[in-house]
Ligand binder design. Structure first.
Ligand SMILES: O=c1[nH]c(=O)c2ncn([C@@H]3O[C@H](COP(=O)(O)OP(=O)(O)OP(=O)(O)O)[C@@H](O)[C@H]3O)c2[nH]1
Ligand SMILES: [Mg+2]
Length: 386
């Protein structure tokens, strides 16, 4: 196990007076870490913060720093907005004051519709962006960014949300952000994505009170690309690493070998076992590359083998295609290839986290650390209690 720093603060401050943002942050931090979030209305001595950065990130850091300078607890700030391709990225960092007066949503929406009057449907693409900056009392900064793609509607629809939500149609769907329930917006919005990345980063760095979560990194098929593998392992700071084979390098030189379960792939000639059982987080993992079970054509043989060895979770690779699904009380996870994707657009790896109530979360990322919309939460009962 890697030793993490203990998280010692029972509350943090959001450097914002925007009540919509405050509510979303309070829900996230309470649910994830049991921490309270206070807004600027609870903090004395913070004047108006001038948002003169050229990027969302610069503004988020500036807002967080102006408050962190006078407090000795972690401070988070959000800078967000809408970028419209046909308008060269406007309103961008000026989203809140696009029509002049700060926070006049109705005037902002009117101006946006006016500017887009002559723009045809195919050219109305836009992105909601949210940058979050968290400053720790020792001065360390964590900055993340979440994006949500869509397009600008011809007229407003829906009454939920705030800001430009009634004019923002989600990519691949015919609804606007304002037609979603608050719960659904919280799952898919730019802010939700940024919040998940921030929560991930905090879990990588800190151990939280009562947090029994075990975090396991699952990778496969790096085919000799040691640097990519090392950078993913370094970033994830997982309790354990499972490598499903085709590393194609000296097995002894694999990074973090002492906390890695690794199996031999069809391209490996190393003295590494073809299959491994690893037990951790209350579950029994069966690890194989998968070529011996013909996984490219069907999972049937692997399903039988999983039953034979009483696995709760099967990790395999070989196809370079991410896959995550439960069959007969057993979860099958293929993290995809971390360098050469097939049947999927980007290279991927997976992180498995054990939850409090007998479930596991599987999250997929690109090697650059961006979230990939695969995986999910699976309720899983361990067949063999530890
Ligand atoms: O329809 C929307 N749905 C969203 O989910 C959303 N998120 C941001 N925005 C727009 O971007 C501005 C933020 O500007 P902003 O980050 O400076 O925030 P703000 O000034 O309201 O508060 P603060 O945090 O700076 O105190 C807001 O006013 C909105 O116009 C959104 N619009
Ligand atoms: Mg602002």
């Amino acid at each position: 196990m890697v030793s993490k720093q203990k998280w010692t603060w029972d509350k943090i401050v959001l450097a914002s007076r925007n009540e919509h943002k405050l509510r979303e942050f309070q829900a996230l931090f309470k649910r994830n870490f049991g921490i309270d979030v206070r807004g600027l209305n609870d903090v004395d001595g913070v004047g108006n913060i001038v948002e003169d950065g050229k990027t969302f990130e610069e503004n988020a850091v500036k807002k967080a720093k102006s408050v962190a300078n006078i407090l000795n607890i972690p401070v988070v700030a959000d800078d967000s907005g809408l970028t419209v391709d046909a308008l060269g990225g406007a309103p961008g960092v000026y989203s809140a004051r696009y029509a002049g007066e700060h926070g006049d949503d109705a005037a902002n929406n009117r101006k946006l519709l006016h500017e887009m009057e002559r723009v045809v449907a195919e050219e109305r693409t836009a992105t909601f962006v949210c940058a979050l900056a968290l400053i720790l009392p020792d001065g360390e900064e964590i900055v993340v960014r979440g994006e949500c793609p869509g397009r600008i509607a011809f007229r407003p629809r829906g009454t939920n949300g705030f800001g430009y939500d009634p004019l923002f149609e989600l990519e691949g769907r015919s609804v606007t952000m304002a037609e979603l329930s608050p719960q659904e917006k919280d799952q898919i919005s730019h802010r939700a994505k940024a919040m998940q990345l921030l929560a991930d980063e905090l879990r990588r760095r800190f151990e939280f009170e009562g947090d029994e979560t075990v975090r396991i990194l699952i990778v496969s098929d790096n085919h000799g690309e040691e640097k990519v593998l090392s950078s993913v392992i370094r970033r994830e700071v997982a309790d354990h690493v499972i490598h499903c084979g085709d590393f194609c390098t000296d097995a002894d030189a694999l990074p973090n070998r002492e906390r890695m379960t690794v199996v031999r792939g069809n391209c490996d000639f190393e003295a590494v076992k073809e299959e491994e059982i690893w037990e951790g987080g209350g579950y029994r993992f069966f690890v194989t590359h998968g070529h011996r079970y013909g996984i490219k054509s069907s999972l049937t043989s692997l399903l039988y083998r999983a039953e034979e060895v009483a696995a709760d979770i099967v990790c395999f690779g070989h196809s370079h295609t991410p896959y995550c699904s439960a069959h007969g009380g057993c979860l099958f996870v293929n993290p995809g290839s971390v360098v050469q994707p097939r049947g999927y657009t980007v290279p991927t790896y997976a992180v498995l986290e054990t939850g409090d109530e007998g479930g596991v979360d599987i999250t997929y990322y690109t090697p650059g650390g961006e979230l990939v919309p695969l995986g999910g939460t699976y309720s899983l009962k361990a067949k063999k209690p530890e």
